[in-house]
Each structure stands twice: as structure tokens, then as C-alpha cells.
Design a protein around this ligand. Structure first.
Ligand code: PGA
Length: 251
């Protein structure tokens, strides 16, 4: 089963548009339910509304969470609150959140509270820029090694890793990664896991690619970069393109 995670970011503004988008996404999820599993990570403000409408085969996700458990924390949303609102997936460590100051230790704490509440963390990793000497590899290594501490036992089976090179994300991205660049990183990520949890366990980790994924380039990533799915921003807001993307990866 290919995992297709949509990251709605700060859109749409109006609840009525969010309802329309989730209904269309649900129809797409039903159409491709045998091959593609779709998760919509919606803004907090729409979660209660969408939580009432969501049903399988579509899953509801959040875009971040706090690791705080003390309710005396203004403006934060906890893993228990997400759980109560039907959220089953949550993105952590997205580069746009890291850019606002989230560090590897905080990502690790967030993974921990999500696992406790049985919400699947989608852990984003990825380098900010590439250099000829390969220093960018250590950036990704640090991001992964910090979370390994909370994945002891069978924890690694309950997370999803999203490889998202920061330079390939969003409307200002110069380009998407090439399938070869992505494959190298997928192999490297599996190697880091293998060194800690063994080759067999590392082979079962689900790794997604994210960064300017669309209906034209996704199939090649699936075939050549050996990813198990995608984290998609802009295309997740356009049902026609999302449907074309699901079709492209399911055939
Ligand atoms: P994009 O965003 O698909 O619009 O590049 C991906 C992401 O930020 O997760």
C-alpha cells in the first residue's frame, strides 16, 4: 500500500472550503483504496469539523503537536486533544516548523507523546542545502539518530519517515530532488536505522519522499527511489491533481 500524505499547511481559510476539500479527498481515497492510503493533515482550526466527517479509507492528520502535557500552556495542542478529535497521524519536524526554532530534541519529545497516544508520527528529515563534500549527510544523520532513542522495542514500526530536502519544498523551490538523489538518501537513512535496529527491521521502515511531488514526477520516484509513498503540499489542495497523482502511482 502506497502512503499519500497531504499537508494542507495554512489552507483553506474558510471551514466551508475545508469541508468541500475533505469530501473530494474522501472520494479520491475511496476510488484508490486498494492501492493508495491517503492521509489529510489539516490545520488545527479545521480538525474538529473534519474529525466529524472523516472516515476510512481516508485518515486525519495534524501538522504538529506539543510535547507539553501540562494543560496550563496557552496556545498549544496536545497529543491527547488530537486523539480525542480522531487524529491518527501527525507530522513532526517539518522544515517550516524547524525554521521557526524546533530542534531535534523537541522532535524526539513530540514523537514520544504521539506514540504514547497511538498516533503515527510522520517524522520529516532533510538537509537545508547540498554541498560537494557530503556534509549534508550528517544533518540528516543527526535528525534521525536523535529520534532513535524513543523508537526502542517495536517503536520503529509505528513511525513514518518523510525525506524532504528543504531546497525542494514549496513554490520557491528551485526543483524537486532527482530520483537518484532521493534513492541515495533512502539507502543512507535505512543504513542509519540498520546500524541501530538491524537490517531486517530497517528494511521495514516506511520512507516517503516530499518536495514538489506532482502527478508527473511521482511514479518515477516510486520506481527508482524505492520510496513507500509521498508527503505532498500544494497538490493536496487541488483535488483534480491529487486524483491524477493517486492514479499515476497506483498503476
Ligand atoms: P510541496 O510541499 O509539495 O508543496 O513542495 C511539501 C511539504 O512541504 O511537505
Amino acid at each position: 500500500m502506497i502512503l499519500l500524505v497531504g499537508n494542507w499547511k495554512m489552507a483553506p481559510e474558510k471551514p466551508v472550503t475545508a469541508i468541500d476539500l475533505i469530501k473530494k479527498t474522501l472520494a479520491i481515497a475511496k476510488l484508490f483504496k486498494n492501492t493508495v492510503s491517503i492521509v489529510s493533515c489539516v490545520p488545527y482550526i479545521h480538525i474538529p469539523l473534519i474529525g466529524k466527517l472523516i472516515k476510512l479509507p481516508l485518515s486525519l492528520g495534524a501538522q504538529t503537536v506539543t510535547a507539553e502535557t501540562d494543560p496550563a500552556n496557552t496556545g498549544l495542542i496536545s497529543a491527547s486533544m488530537l486523539k480525542a478529535a480522531q487524529v491518527t497521524y501527525c507530522i513532526v519536524g517539518h522544515s517550516e516548523v524547524r525554521a521557526r526554532g524546533e530542534n531535534n530534541d523537541e522532535v524526539c519529545d513530540k514523537v514520544s507523546v504521539l506514540l504514547e497516544k497511538k498516533i503515527t508520527p510522520i517524522i520529516c528529515v532533510g538537509e537545508r542545502a547540498r554541498d560537494a563534500q557530503g556534509w549534508y549527510l550528517s544533518e540528516v544523520k543527526d535528525q534521525i539518530e536523535t529520534v532513535l532513542g524513543v523508537l526502542s522495542g517495536q517503536g520503529y514500526k509505528k513511525v513514518v519517515i518523510a525525506y524532504e530536502p528543504v531546497w525542494a519544498i514549496g513554490a520557491h523551490a528551485a526543483r524537486e530532488a532527482t530520483p537518484t538523489e532521493c534513492l541515495e538518501m533512502v539507502i543512507y537513512i535505512r543504513k542509519i536505522f540498520a546500524d541501530h535496529i538491524g537490517e531486517k527491521a530497517a528494511a521495514s521502515i516506511r520512507i516517503l519522499y516530499g518536495g514538489s511531488v506532482n502527478e508527473l514526477n511521482a511514479k518515477v520516484f516510486l520506481r527508482e527511489a524505492k520510496v513507500q509513498g509521498f508527503l505532498v503540499g500544494r497538490v493536496s489542495l487541488e483535488p483534480k491533481r491529487l486524483s491524477a497523482l493517486a492514479l499515476a502511482i497506483s498503476t
